[in-house]
Design a protein around this ligand. Structure first.
Ligand SMILES: NC(=O)C1=CN([C@@H]2O[C@H](COP(=O)(O)OP(=O)(O)OC[C@H]3O[C@@H](n4cnc5c(N)ncnc54)[C@H](OP(=O)(O)O)[C@@H]3O)[C@@H](O)[C@H]2O)C=CC1
Ligand SMILES: Nc1nc(=O)c2c([nH]1)NC[C@@H]1CN(c3ccc(C(=O)N[C@@H](CCC(=O)O)C(=O)O)cc3)C=[N+]21
Length: 350
């Protein structure tokens, strides 16, 4: 885990907040109300239970986990149709360098997801102190391997490696992450089509589509401008005819800009940065942020929160993705989808 933060978006909420001794009263409350949200404080000693009617809260949730499952089911059907028709099984290769725990978890989840839809997975693990040449060798091995249709180099790479060099080496036909500069360049140009669109931004737009959110002519704000999320998310929204503004770390008064937005995609990496007061009533919120915050009561000792203060924002927005269970599962579903698309293209299978 890169960093662990203590944070909380202190609530100026209209929902009923009850401060209580956690273990004694949770069960009782769970029995008496439809839906609870449990929020631990920084100290970990007390907690707040925010109680509201199940309908008001759940109506707004953009359920990425459920949509991802639907997409995986669609992919499963296509993978077996392809196997039966032409005897080809799509293959995804992942290269993991170093021993970051979060990266290892993502890679494990990707492998499980591949298995669940019938995609063959390949994996190379290299030590933190490996050389760039060793990574390059793995990349070119997979470039030449006909049973591999997608290659993913897990980021971040160790700092002694040149990320650009390595990403450039991935064959553009197998660039299922969509990080090759030629793919990004095509995404940015009118009238051009990339072979692959980066998975996380693609997953965000897919959620908007599947929840029938109008994008054309709307004001969209993307917070963050990274190569892997913010920048391609802004390009995609623009391709969908939104009017797009990008906020980054040097932007002054970001909250004034977000208050104008009909759609916000946040990819910052700052827990609970976007507060309820930043949001226009009725806006649609897509929270890409995955931030670990310490929680002694969680099984892993931490829990994940987004960039958006869910407690506050869900009261103002018309729809919002949760963390976890929002964009994360969609990223993996889009990776599987890109791998299937790649195998179909390589084998000219419709
Ligand atoms: N759900 C998913 O599938 C995925 C989730 N993530 C998560 O998304 C988040 C962002 O990831 P990533 O794009 O890789 O991160 P980066 O660190 O590469 O980029 C963060 C961006 O946020 C901007 N930023 C940082 N602080 C502020 C601030 N206070 N106000 C406004 N902008 C700010 C930075 O601005 P500047 O450019 O000026 O430095 C930068 O553009 C992380 O939490 C990550 O874990 C990432 C990938 C997939
Ligand atoms: N080459 C490359 N491609 C990536 O797409 C890529 C990467 N490198 N490096 C790291 C980021 C991060 N990322 C996530 C994927 C899934 C979840 C995910 O499934 N999250 C679950 C929670 C998982 C948990 O509980 O730990 C959720 O949000 O519900 C999160 C984050 C892909 N990334």
């Amino acid at each position: 885990m890169a960093s662990m933060m203590f944070t909380d978006c202190s609530s100026s909420t209209t929902s009923l907040l009850i401060h209580l001794n956690r273990r004694s009263s949770t069960t009782l409350l769970r029995q008496s109300v439809g839906q609870l949200r449990l929020r631990t404080t920084v100290s970990g000693r007390a907690c707040s239970l925010s109680i509201r009617s199940a309908d008001a809260a759940s109506d707004k949730v953009i359920d990425g986990k459920a949509v991802a499952k639907t997409i995986r089911d669609e992919i499963t059907v296509e993978v077996s149709r392809m196997k039966e028709s032409i005897g080809v099984v799509p293959g995804l290769a992942v290269i993991l360098v170093g021993d970051r725990k979060d990266s290892a978890t993502y890679v494990r989840n990707k492998k499980k997801a591949c298995e669940s839809v019938g995609i063959q997975s390949f994996e190379v693990r290299l030590a933190e102190d490996s050389s760039e040449e060793e990574v390059m060798k793995s990349v070119s091995g997979f470039n030449d391997d006909p049973s591999v249709h997608g290659i993913l180099v897990q980021l971040p790479l160790p700092s002694h490696m040149d990320e650009q060099n390595i990403l450039n080496a991935v064959s553009i036909e197998k660039d299922v992450d969509g990080f090759h500069p030629l793919n990004i360049g095509r995404l940015a140009m009118r009238g051009r089509e990339p072979l692959f669109v980066p998975c996380t931004p693609k997953g965000c737009i897919e959620l908007l589509h599947r929840y029938n959110v109008d994008i054309k002519g709307k004001r969209a704000v993307v917070i963050g401008r990274s190569n892997i999320v913010g920048m391609p998310a802004a390009l995609l929204l623009q391709r969908e005819d939104a009017t797009v503004t990008i906020i980054h770390s040097r932007t002054k008064n970001p909250e004034e800009i977000t208050r104008e937005a009909d759609i916000i995609i946040s990819a910052v990496g700052q827990p609970n940065m976007v507060r309820g007061s930043w949001i226009k009533p009725g806006a649609v919120l897509i929270d890409v942020g995955i931030n670990p915050v310490e929680d002694p009561d969680a099984p892993r000792g931490y829990r994940l929160v987004g960039d958006i203060c869910y407690e506050e924002a869900s009261k103002v927005a018309s729809a919002i993705t949760p963390v976890p269970g929002g964009v994360g599962p969609m990223t993996i579903a889009m990776l599987l989808s890109n791998t299937l698309t790649s195998a179909k293209r390589i084998h000219n299978f419709q």
